[in-house]
Write a protein that binds this ligand. Structure first.
Ligand code: NCD
Length: 309
């Protein structure tokens, strides 16, 4: 593995290797002094053209815990505002001797484009509606933990329902590849106007009614309406969307009793998820965030660590 651009192109074996490494790194997170010298002398640059709280912060924490330098380029204050191209921006960062680039961009394919221009590893932290592989990995490890599958990293027999704005979500696509590689059945459930036309090329079944989507599901992953990527007029109103597609105590009854509730964040409480479900006893939303640090430590180690030398 030279870059991490998407889960579509990595094998089940590689996914399992990363997840096992993440469980090892999780142990460091529980120590009183959270520091390991593993990546001393290396530098990771984060270049985010879109907003982020969890992803950018957890990459930075992951790098710092492993003793790497973490440098953030604030895009709004950078030469991007003077018209500098993506190519020149990433090549400039390479000339500054970065060892790894973590990039988030509004266009699908931007991370792959950067990888083609660079000799250093590139990690896709979300490109348009294409993929968000580290979110996919942290979702996988969170489900493995909660179903006692960490030893096997095998999710056979489980049904994962991914609900909401599928067509604008990069998380939906990374999760579809990741969960199906580990043996789970994946369902997409959402309004027809928010369902991608290319679902047939993905390892999923599609449900255009919430009850059918949730029936028998072991895990419900709720997605935010990605309004920043949506054309207008795809939904009658937010209230109508929430009534038909929102995950609430009422709709949870259709899933398996005790089904886990996930959300990649940020949540719009009262729109795609009700506050009582988000904060309820089956929600693992904040465990996902913690696992994000361990997964990103594993990815940084894999791409920048001594193993590469
Ligand atoms: C997701 C993203 O950016 O794709 N957020 C995240 O990284 N946790 C989902 C979202 O923005 O809704």
């Amino acid at each position: 593995m030279r870059n991490l651009l998407g889960l579509e192109e990595i094998s089940a074996e590689e996914i399992r290797r990363l997840l096992l490494s993440a469980t090892g790194f999780k142990e460091i997170l529980s120590r009183p002094v959270r520091k390991a010298p593993t990546l001393r002398g290396r530098s990771m640059v984060t270049l985010f053209y879109e907003a982020s709280t969890r992803t950018r912060t957890s990459f930075e924490m992951a790098a710092k815990i492993l003793s790497a330098e973490a440098i953030n380029v604030a895009v709004a204050q950078s030469s991007v505002t003077k018209g500098e191209s993506l190519q020149d921006t990433v090549r400039t960062l390479q000339a500054l001797q970065m060892d790894c680039l973590v990039i988030r961009h509004q266009y699908s394919g931007a991370a792959e484009y950067a990888a083609k221009k660079l000799d250093v590893p590139v990690i896709n932290a979300g490109d348009g509606r294409h993929e968000h592989p580290t979110q996919g990995l942290l979702d996988l490890i969170s489900v493995c933990e909660h179903f006692g599958r960490v030893q096997s990293m095998d999710l056979s027999g489980l049904t994962i329902a991914i609900v909401g704005d599928i067509s604008h979500s990069r998380v939906a696509r990374s999760d579809a590849w990741g969960f199906s590689r580990l043996g789970a059945q994946v369902r997409f459930a959402g309004p027809k106007t928010l369902m991608p036309s290319n679902c047939r090329s993905l390892p999923v079944t599609v449900c255009s009614d919430l009850k059918a989507g949730l029936e028998g599901a072991d895990v419900i992953n709720v997605l935010r309406l990605q309004t920043e990527r949506q054309e207008k007029g795809l939904l009658p109103s937010l209230r109508e969307y929430s009534r038909q597609w929102g995950i609430s105590a009422r709709s949870m009854q259709w899933a398996k009793p005790g089904a886990l509730v996930m959300h990649p964040g940020p949540m719009n409480r009262g729109v795609e998820i009700s506050a009582d479900v988000a904060d309820g006893c089956h929600s693992i939303i904040f465990d996902q965030v913690t696992n994000g640090v361990a997964v990103r430590m594993a990815v940084l180690y894999q791409l920048m660590g001594v193993e590469r030398e």
